[in-house]
Design a protein around this ligand. Structure first.
Ligand code: MG
Length: 160
């Protein structure tokens, strides 16, 4: 059995919706929040980092190369479509996901109340166990942003 690990990272600046922040969507789940990401796509930083982790593990180009943020068709695009494309690419290489572990850093929103919903949403797209945990920026200068770190395990050649 082959096993690969991939790391994904994403960061978006957060501003109020009146200042151009999009609706907060994390892992495909809409979240009630007074701030939202500045983004070309829908700004779902969790889904972006998950897609980058699995693409990276399979030696695929990164998300920004596949879906450039200069492309009009990616404007406000549902990021679940990015993850579906990433899954198609790794599946055609014979890879399946072992598990995905996500850490989100942001002062707002709190992740815990949405934990199950986000995990369910992502699990339905990747067909493997997903875990997510939230941390704050602890009063540092990065408070105006959301950061996401993801580790993904890919495996192939697993006997049924
Ligand atoms: Mg992003």
């Amino acid at each position: 059995m082959d096993i690969r690990v991939g790391h994904g990272y994403d960061l978006h600046r957060l501003v109020s919706q009146t200042d151009g922040g999009r609706t907060m969507i994390l892992g495909g789940v809409a979240i009630d929040c007074s701030v939202g990401p500045i983004a070309h796509s829908d700004g779902d930083a969790v889904t972006h980092a998950v897609a980058d982790a699995i693409l990276s593990a399979a030696n695929q180009p990164d998300l920004g190369s596949i879906f450039p943020d200069t492309h009009p068709e990616n404007n406000n695009r549902d990021s679940k479509e990015f993850l579906i494309e990433a899954m198609d690419r790794i599946n055609s290489g014979g890879w399946a996901i072992g598990n995905i572990d996500i850490t989100v850093l942001c002062d707002e929103p709190k992740i815990n109340p949405y934990r199950e919903q986000i995990c369910d949403s992502l699990r339905s797209l990747v067909g493997a166990p997903v875990n997510i945990k939230g941390k704050t920026h602890e009063g540092t200068h990065r408070g105006g942003a959301i950061e996401v770190h993801v580790v993904a395990i890919l495996q192939r050649g697993v006997s049924a």
